[in-house]
Design a protein around this ligand. Sequence first.
Ligand SMILES: Nc1ncnc2c1ncn2[C@@H]1O[C@H](COP(=O)(O)OP(=O)(O)OP(=O)(O)O)[C@@H](O)[C@H]1O
Length: 279
Amino acid sequence: MAYLELNNVNKTYGKGANATEVLSNINLHIEEGEFVAIVGFSGSGKTTLVNLINGLLQPTSGEVLFKGNPIVDTSHERGVIFQNYSLLPWLTVYQNISVAVKETFPKESKQFRDERVKEYIEMVSLTPAINKRPKELSGGMRQRVSIARALAMDPEMIIMDEPLGALDALTRGNLQDEILNIWNKDKRTALLITNDVDEGIYMADRIIPLRPGPNATLGPEFKINIERPRDKTSLNDDPEFKKTRNGIIEYLMEIGEERSTSTDETEYVLPDLEPKYFD
Ligand SMILES: Nc1ncnc2c1ncn2[C@@H]1O[C@H](COP(=O)(O)OP(=O)(O)OP(=O)(O)O)[C@@H](O)[C@H]1O
């Protein structure tokens, strides 16, 4: 039994003539402590997949199991970092994180909770903005609050739905490292949805492409056999990095081409294939 299992999962939206099967026959097994990245085309069903694992959605058929039990609801055991921040606008940075910490650690002392909130705010370098409300923050800062909030809740599994997409390269690189530190130090299990192949290779043990939808299904997995901790500056020259990157890109280009020569007129946006920070 794997830590997280999706067995023959299908998800359809709508009914009758309006029914669209977004995900088809998804089989995904993630072991405890693994870091898996899913790289997908825009609109292929990545968020639907995240919501099935988070417990916000139920599959139309098939099963989603966490530690052997069907996922029927959201749970603190699985912390999600969404792409759209989802902060409470009337609360400050401190209060947004404090609400979540209080919910997760109701029996701990006020001092413990206060220290934890401040520790995670400091981790994402937002101490100077601790009393600001979301509308006073940039998009990148809001996303950092959202990351701090998810991690401060101490989830066993971290699920990330394109969490770093809106950030500048430097902040993005720093947060990748912070997430990796926490995953490694606390022996978490992680699932990262990204459209950035390089980010996936830098962070994950395996990358699995999600093919374009409708009826999106998972492609073959690519194992990342690069020792950790990985060094961003030398990664570009690593033969294993080049081989893996080329393999994934070739695969994505092939399925992109298959789609463009089919009769289907939907336009598909390829995942981000340009290296941005490995110069
Ligand atoms: N509640 C819903 N009802 C009907 N259709 C939906 C619903 N949610 C998503 N869809 C459709 O399912 C498909 C996949 O959506 P989803 O948001 O999962 O994709 P995505 O890969 O996360 O997209 P993006 O890359 O744009 O974030 C899209 O065609 C979308 O319009």
